[in-house]
Design a protein around this ligand. Structure first.
Ligand code: ZN
Length: 252
């Protein structure tokens, strides 16, 4: 069988040879999206998700499990993802010390939800509050009001590093508005913090704590046990050569 001329020219132009760049494949008279279109749309959704460069590669499959604790963390995340996919509005609050991989896992879950067709966005809590403040000051700035309500446009909102923000009345009010609006419209929150939920929200409105508890699976990273051990090992002077403890190259 000779290759159709259209396919040859599609390849020459760098178009997908399966759909000649149309994005659809017709089978038995029914159009279905081509794999190239599915991949392209996923890339686009991940691009608008604003995931910072250093975390863009993070997925559940490349979370390194070099200890039992980390294996447990990964297992728990796979379980949590299933829960989240099954229960609309269900989110997750991941806490653990700096460097244990919270952001990696949070981004990985965001990515999985985006893969399922949901719209999602990443925000560092402090950056988000700064942006809101700036846009309010700008008054006539483009979409100041939209930015205030922007978090509602996304089905999934990842708030990275809750608990480091200063708790001014304005911040408390903003965070309360975000959590409350998402709660009421059953929209997903993914949160990371190096504090427990109670500690991270201690200076905030009490209602924020209880709303978050209701909305989110609260997960304490097991890897922090492992991480503490590693820190202790690092600071201790080894009496004899240690064997076989693989270092984890992964940053938070
Ligand atoms: Zn195609």
């Amino acid at each position: 069988m000779s290759i159709p001329e259209a396919t040859l020219s599609a390849e020459r132009e760098g178009l997908c040879p399966d759909c000649d760049g149309y994005g659809n494949i017709i089978e038995n008279g029914v159009a279905r999206p081509c794999h190239c279109r599915i991949e392209r749309e996923l890339t686009e959704r991940l691009t608008v998700a604003r995931i910072p460069e250093r975390y863009r590669h993070c997925s559940l499959d490349n979370f390194s499990t070099d200890s039992h604790e980390r294996e447990r963390d990964l297992k728990a995340m796979r379980w949590a993802l299933k829960e989240m996919l099954g229960k609309p509005g269900r989110g997750i609050y991941i806490h653990g010390e700096h460097g244990v991989g919270k952001t990696h896992l949070a981004v990985a879950i965001l990515r999985e939800l985006v893969k399922q067709g949901k719209s999602g966005v990443y925000y560092n809590v402090v950056d988000l509050l700064d942006q809101m403040r700036d846009s309010m000051r700008a008054e006539s700035g483009p979409g100041a009001q939209q930015l205030l309500g922007f978090h509602m446009d996304w089905e999934v909102l990842l708030l990275d590093d809750l608990g480091v923000q200063r708790a001014s009345p304005w911040v408390v009010e903003r965070l309360h508005a975000i959590v409350n609006a998402r709660y009421e419209s059953n929209r997903v929150l993914i949160i990371t913090s190096n504090k427990t939920l109670e500690a991270a929200t201690a200076n905030l409105n009490r209602a924020i704590t209880s709303r978050l508890r209701e909305m989110c699976i609260v997960y304490a990273m097991q890897a922090q046990e492992d991480y503490r051990n590693r820190l202790a090992e690092k600071s201790a002077v080894p009496e004899k050569p240690r064997r076989g403890r693989r270092r984890n190259s992964e940053d938070e």
